[in-house]
Design a protein around this ligand. Sequence first.
Ligand code: SPV
Ligand code: MG
Length: 540
Amino acid sequence: MTNKNKCKQLRALLGSDELEFILEAHNGVSASIVERAGFKGIWASGLAMSAQFGVRDSNEASWTQIVDMLEFMSDATSIPILLDGDTGYGNFNNMRRLVKKLEQREVAGVCIEDKQFPKTNSFIDGNKQPLAGIDEFCGKIKAGKDCQSDDDFCIIARVEALIAGWGMEEALRRAEAYHDAGADGILIHSKLSRPDEILAFAREWSGRSPLVIVPTKYYSTPTGAFRKAGIDLVIWANHMLRSSIIAMEKASQEIFKSESILDVEDRIATVDHIFKLQGAEELSQAQERYLKQSNDIQSIILAASRGSELHELTTDRPKAMINIGGKTLLGRLIEGLKKAGINKSTVIAGYKADSIDLPGIEKCINEDYQLGDELQTLISAQNNFNDDMLILYSDLLFREYILRDLIETDGEIVIVVDSALDNPNISGCPDYAYCSKEDDRSPFMQDVLLTQLSSSKDALDRTPSGYWIGMMRVRKQGRQWIDAALDELKTTDNFNELKLPDLLNHIIEQGNPINVHYIDGHWLDVNSLDDIDRANDFTK
Ligand code: SPV
Ligand code: MG
């Protein structure tokens, strides 16, 4: 909502043929409540705003503190705010600066009263408070009008002559002068418990310009009487503050006495209610739009096997929990995932599962890990699969950019292939990847598909394109292919011998594409004691 629009709305309220109402608010949340109740405008009350700061309504809060609060109120709402601007916080020059700042904060108008700075609330010794000189006050109105940039920004002049005991004639004289000076409306104030002087003023004023009232003291007057008198705008000036004070006093006393919050719980706003007023829903929708990419990705990490080639290092823990450069392999992996924005990880444990005790992971246990191989381990986390995930081994060390680039690569299933077949870090029995194109080492992403994964260098009559590093990215449809492949493979006799490459090969056999993201080194996996030194070097 632009300020232009808010100013227009306020002007429309003042010019409306109906009697209109605005309600007090004193901070962002109360402003939002006023709007949600259906009000078409907000009275930013000086009394209520100073009270919520815990100070008196005597210009003890500075005008910039008021304007800062208005910014929260304005941001929280789409209806116009009319500021109770006291005396304009100084002379004509202060008024000019005030109007400028209010327009910048999208406040639609200001009401200034013809008293002297520092003022105090009209209901405290109102008759002893000196009034401003008429000319000086008219100058203030003119200065405000001359500097406003939006024609619809409204300046209301508040006449205090009745409260100060100067009588009806003086009130009318002042109203006339303020009207001539350019005021967009007159607020006539009264401290009497009956509306007589207000109604008399309205009669005499007889619609010369919009007329605004604050029936705090003459509250028992039926609203119809204001309608009949041709009043334009009623300000309910302090009722949000007053209702909240009673509610807060009651709750605080009860909690203090009972040393419990049980009794008040059902009578106070739920935290969900607060979230609603704060616009939490908009934020979660925005997160969907702007943060989804990496935030919703989860990882599924296979960490069930012992890694028996590591001998005594894995007597009491699985390979994932061995120490490399002062941190466990799995701890490093989780840290790397978090850096890439992947905060949710499911770790499939098996051998010495209890030793996997990292914070912030979900542990899934494959009790029968000894009976099967990787796919038998993977299915124990199948309930945790989602439409955006990584599946990876737990013994990987890799440079951060590999994960970052994989996350950005398109494809329903994308695997990372190291095209550096001479990578000295790779030992043991790597998974060779045969791909539709060789790595052209250009800085641009290539469109490459996996043809087959094999533990043999000679599986096809050509050299392999690289090693699969044991990391794959899976999106929605890819997940469906994996689920379907697992369901089919589960029924085969040799299911317990199958590994992740068998799963990927099966998916290709079913006619589904697996994309390849090439890298050139910068990773290793830990399979043997020889790898430990390399891994320690890699982490330095
Ligand atoms: C306010 O709300 O601060 C007002 C109105 O100025 S009254 O308190 O009635 O004077
Ligand atoms: Mg006030």
